[in-house]
Design a protein around this ligand. Sequence first.
Ligand code: NAD
Length: 423
Amino acid sequence: MKASASEGTHYFFSRASKNLGLGTRLEKVMITPRREVKVECCIELDNKELAVFTGYRVQHDNSRGPMKGGLRYHPDVDPDEVTSLASLMTYKTAVVNLPYGGAKGGIACDPSKLSHAELQRLTRVFVDEIHDIIGPHQDVPAPDMGTNAQTMAWIVDQYSKYHGWTPSVVTGKPIELGGSAGREAATGRGVAMATESVLVDHGQHVADQRFVIQGFGNVGSWAAKFIAERGGKIVALSDLSGAIRNKDGFDIEKLLAHVQVHGIIGNFPDAESINPNELLLEECDVLIPAALGHVLTEENARDVRARYVIEGANGPTTPEADEIMIKKGITIVPDIFANAGGVIVSYFEWVQNIQQFRWTEERVNAELQTVMHQAYNELKGIAKSNGCDLRTAAFMLAISRIARATALRGMENENFCLLGFGK
Ligand code: NAD
């Protein structure tokens, strides 16, 4: 039987917690979410029919600060996946040392089949149902797959009807409503920074590498842009419309302009169509999954031909695939570090809202670089001193930080304090 999304995350957690000697009792405390909420959102469609969509918010951990995590609109949203993603947010905020815990939400719906007005009604009803459990010092949502700055604007408006003007209730907002310069590009920019760090660490440079990227949405398209700007050659790409290849490397600015007009990468000139199922197996140096979870599996991991996998998406690699690729000598830069750029700049947005002060984009990008650089150095140090892979190092760092905060707050027993690093 295949592991569920949560079981996959628990596997990675346990692999690291064993190295720390955490013990099953403390493991249980840390993996159990604090709160799981399910709501039914009934809206009137444009054709006057009623439709009901199920929404979720899972609040995993708040020992290090308010919970933080995206809101996803996708047909496959289910409670297990939301729970897994919520826990990944707890570990991600801890790895990059933000003063946050982790949460995640979602509504099971297909946003491409709903009108702008229907999406607005759905978002407002969802806020009606959960407004008393979110807030700037409680739980701060952000965009994820299928949601964007407009969705966040509706949330600010609806939440503010109950609680007064509160832009800091969400991040990833439009600039006009308190969004941060640099937020939209931040996850892709962080993916490019993580890629550069690991390559430099191995004595290589982005400019000498060939890249394959799955997904050309927010994360994939910005990552492609920044990698191309550093001279990297992107030789294959995919989105929902299919997969394309150009052995000489795509002109990414031209592709971005094409997507701006057509919405998809399909029919881009200077490209050969390839089977989307084979994209992840294309010959390249660096593979960046930046679309869905669970795409690198037991079935295809043996055939991956990249030397580096940079996880732009959340949870793209199953535990089985992880073990297979490690054995093959592939270096995997895990999601809880590689795609943390978004939550880092979300944190900067929240800070700016609370201070009622705006930072320049240069400052945002420079501070992002500092946080990513510091986190990579910490992961590298832990991986080296423990002889482990970067994912295990990232979980070890996260677990020790969360455990220490929990102990200091007096919420669990003093054994937590024995964990050595991540102070
Ligand atoms: P998005 O909705 O902007 O883009 C998703 C992209 O994936 C689109 O290009 C879509 O066409 C493509 N896609 C969907 N199904 C596909 C398939 N079967 N094969 C190939 N491509 C497919 O979403 P996003 O915000 O870019 O998020 C992508 C991933 O990154 C998700 O796992 C998300 O959780 C993660 N992530 C996003 C952020 C962020 O700030 N947006 C931050 C951290 C992690």
